[in-house]
Structure formats: structure tokens, C-alpha cells
Design a protein. Sequence first.
Length: 205
Amino acid sequence: MPEDHFGERVAARYDESAADMFGPAVVEPVVDFLRGSGIELDNGVVVNQRFETNVPGIYAVGDVACFLDPLFERRRRIEHWSNANYQGSEAGKILAGADGGYDTVSTFFTESFGLTLKVFGDTSRQDDRIARGSFVQGEAIVFYLEQGRLVGTLLAGQDEDTEEKLEELIRDRAAPSGPRALADASLSLEEAFPHAAAARSETTS
């Protein structure tokens, strides 16, 4: 079963109601024809950060690629056309002799009842999640934490600046000041993650 399928219950603790949100069905990679080829298979085709298989000259990208994500230092497989587009572009650079490889905060999105839902980072191994806002009202963020640090988000109705800040916080594996700060929609992301904001300010000064 792939790590990054989106089909989980989002409990709206910040609201009196709870909503079930389901995303696209899980895609099983078709790799039976590769058995016996010598190419390593495990939840798809196993590749490194540069999309190389264990067989020289053979690459794999997209839904079938179980790739090494350097941000989380573990293998992942993401089922979305935007991921396939990104990986294909990076593999093309490599094949053309340029630098390339997986070096981004993963993102994908889906539409559900007229609402665009976006997932940033890796939500598959979180040990805590805290929500702010309301999906019913069209504006919400669910923060996924692993050992107290932000590793992913599920969001709807956020502006481009907020989305960029969330990607930065995930890349930095930022630690929030506490669960109340994350749940309080009146607080900015800088206020919810004061240490990350301070570190970024020192870097740019």
C-alpha cells in the first residue's frame, strides 16, 4: 500500500461537527512484467533521488516510482500527475547531462464537493495532527506533526503566500510553540512557529 494515498478521516476538533473526506482511490503499480528483469521492486520500482534503478541506464518516475525523498530520508510513492510532471522534468535534466533529482516539498491536490484540497509534505507517519479553521466554510489547515515537528499539511482556501510559508516550514521541519497556537486561526504562522521565524530572520539579516 503506498504511503501517500489520500483517504483518511479528518476530525474537525476545532468545530462541533466532524467531516469525512475521501480522496482518489489507491493506484496499484503494474510491475509484474518487470519481475525477473533484475530491477528492484518494492511498492513499485525502487529508485534513488535521481530516479535511477539498480540497473544502470534504467530510470523510473511518476506513480510507479518508489523514490528516495531526501527531506524525510525515506522512500515514498506519490500518485498524482503533478508529481509525475515534476519527476519527469528532473529526470529529463539528468538524461540531458544537467544536475537534477528530487529536491522539493511534495504537493498534490484533489477536488471534493467543489472544494480544492491540497496536501504538502508527508502525512503518512504523523503522530499528531491539529486543525484550524473550517473545511465547511472553505478555509482550513490541518498540521501534521512527527515528533513535535511539522512534516505535512492538508489545506483549503489559503492564499499563495500562506502556501509558500507552509512549504518553508515543512522543509525546515519547524516546531510550533504549542497545539493551541496551531489551532488558533487568529494567530499568524509566524506566531505559531516563532522559532522558525526567528531563525529565518537571522539568516536573512
